[in-house]
Design a protein around this ligand. Structure first.
Ligand code: ADP
Ligand code: MG
Length: 140
């Protein structure tokens, strides 16, 4: 296993419910280190750009609306096998299918308002980190 970095977001449905600390604690309790973090209120253009891969999907409008409805915490998480580990900690996209103990099982409201985002592969992790952070903002 290698030390990896992955990109994470605590989505507006969660920040609105004051869950920033509770969700960050789950990452830390599972051995992931927050090496970069900031609170942003993303624009429609930023949300559409970030989720461009989903632009043809029927839920795209709803997704962009949700992501621009309040603050998001964008973070870089670092640790052993961080990309896959974070996906496991997050749980399935649909909270109804998420395993016990996962963030989405514990906190998500619905498949759309599912509290967290995490990169799904090394390539997307690198792209997504670069979308939100400059190198000097990632400080270990
Ligand atoms: P994940 O976030 O688990 O990687 P996807 O990449 O498939 O999931 O989808 C991106 C985001 O789009 C999801 O986290 C969720 O917020 C939203 N989404 C996905 N599928 C649906 C759906 N069927 N209805 C509404 N929103 C959805
Ligand atoms: Mg995804």
């Amino acid at each position: 296993m290698a030390i990896e970095r992955t990109f994470s977001m605590i989505k507006p449905d969660a920040t609105k419910r004051n869950l920033t600390g509770a969700i960050t604690k789950v990452f830390e309790d599972n051995g992931l280190r927050i090496v970069a973090s900031k609170r942003v209120w993303m624009s429609k253009r930023e949300a559409e750009g970030f989720y461009a891969v989903h632009k043809e999907r029927p839920f795209f409008g709803e997704l962009v609306e949700g992501m621009t409805s309040g603050p998001t915490i964008v973070q870089v998480l670092e640790g052993e096998n961080a990309i896959l580990k974070n996906r496991e900690i997050m749980g399935a996209t649909n909270p109804a299918q998420a395993a016990e103990g996962t963030i989405r099982k514990q906190f998500a409201l619905s498949i759309g308002e599912n509290s967290v985002h995490g990169s799904d592969a090394p390539e997307t992790a690198a792209e997504e980190i670069a979308y939100w952070f400059s190198a000097t903002e990632i400080v270990g």
